[in-house]
Design a binder for this molecule. Structure first.
Ligand code: PNS
Length: 159
């Protein structure tokens, strides 16, 4: 049986924090699906197709990943692609309560799918897509937070 995991998120856009989780989790599985949420309530900066393209560029060197989009429940897409593991990145304790609740809800919805938490690299422990967008909107430097290609795309959107 192949060992498949899914790493879900909004990825609007993906940051070095997401990319670190992808790079560290992909080698642990035969295949890692990176799943971009389609029907988020939030008003995104990038369309789903743009987010998929940015993730694709940033992860081009990792050959066992596939980037997909999904709507509806995460456990349903996990089951559809054959993933038995959901990967979640944990930054600080403040993430824990929400992630713990989601993990329990997902476990209740589908007991065959396990959530695995991966701690972020300390450099990325404060990093989020929202923070990156806020810094960029206010003219701050984001080159240490996202890959160069993504920095350029954010600049194109905002300026
Ligand atoms: O990057 P984000 O916005 O923190 O990612 C959140 C995401 C996509 C992981 C979460 O919102 C999600 O799984 N949404 C799908 C709906 C679902 O299954 N919710 C959990 C069960 S209530």
């Amino acid at each position: 049986m192949s060992n498949i995991a899914i790493y879900p998120g909004s990825f609007d856009p993906c940051t070095n924090g997401h990319l670190d989780i992808i790079a560290r989790s992909a080698p642990l599985f035969d295949k890692l699906y990176v799943a971009v949420l389609k029907n988020s309530d939030k008003k995104p900066l990038f369309s789903v197709d743009e987010r998929i393209a940015l993730l694709g560029k940033a992860t081009a060197e990792i050959d066992n990943i596939e980037i997909i989009s999904f709507g509806g429940l995460l456990v349903n897409i996990a089951e559809q692609v054959g993933a038995r593991v959901i990967i979640k990145g944990l930054r600080a304790m403040s993430d824990f309560e929400y992630e713990f609740q989601m993990a329990l809800a997902n476990k209740g919805l589908n007991p065959n799918v396990e959530t695995l938490f991966m701690t972020t690299n300390t450099d990325n422990s404060f990093l989020s897509s929202s923070l990156v967008k806020e810094i960029a909107r206010n003219g701050g430097k984001i080159s240490q937070f996202v890959p160069e290609a993504i920095e350029e795309e954010i600049a194109k959107k905002l300026y």
